[in-house]
Design a protein around this ligand. Sequence first.
Ligand SMILES: [Zn+2]
Ligand SMILES: [Zn+2]
Length: 302
Amino acid sequence: MSGSYLRFWGVRGSYAAPHKTHLGVGGNTSCVEVRSGDSLLVLDGGTGIIPLGEALMQAGDLSEMMVVFTHYHWDHICGLPFFQPAFSPKWTIKFFGPGESAADIEQKLSNQMKAPYFPVETETWMAHIEYVNPNRGGLQHGPIGVAYHSVHHPGMTYGYRLNVAGKSVVYISDNEIDFLKSAIARRYEEFDAEEHQLLKKIETEERTAELAAIRGTDILIHDAQYTPHDYDRKRGWGHSCYVDTVNFAIEAGVKALYLYHHDPTYDDGKVGSIHDDCLRIIAERGSTMACHIAYEGLVVDL
Ligand SMILES: [Zn+2]
Ligand SMILES: [Zn+2]
């Protein structure tokens, strides 16, 4: 396949869910392929990166790629030890993710392949591997521009804004939109009137900055893990309720939203009902935003 496109190889959050009842949406964890001609950028290395690696080896037409990670929780890195191109001398692979330096990123990524957790270490990788130094001004991979910012998720976690084929694509796999609001609400009684005012100001500033990061984007791929019922029991876990995700995207003038990082306990029917409810909210608000379920195998032309 040529041209510019996105392909979803893994759309689950937390852990893989290869159950018959889940396969319409897909069972693999986070991984999205971004192609612009011969340039390949991969977002996250969950189990979805394993079939991507097999497809790349079979196609045999490329020899370079960049893989960027939102963070290093298992569901985003656990496909990497089985990623065939890393074991092939034909490939050059650049890795980037949260970290102080290239060496720090290398350590964070390679630790999961150390004994006793895995039989072979990253020293057995035969590809030419480079770890990319952080640059807050942004990165460039061929024609693809890559900017990143921090989001609300335990540990240091990035959201990515890509500029590809004249389109903007924002990828925020793990983010609790209402994190600050919930955290303040939980301890509201502990603060006095003056502090309430200050907190309100911080909350507004934070929301403004978060909206700016996704403002007007053509495509937003965003965490929509929980129903309102489940979110109430899992506030502070670092994931969003789909109602917040949809409202956040509408407010920022996003053109097309892809619901992502589906809860592994939700079957196809449940994810479908989440989608229906999102469409209802969008219609009710009189918005023209498109909203799709990110499902495994979905290809989006850019
Ligand atoms: Zn995750
Ligand atoms: Zn995570």
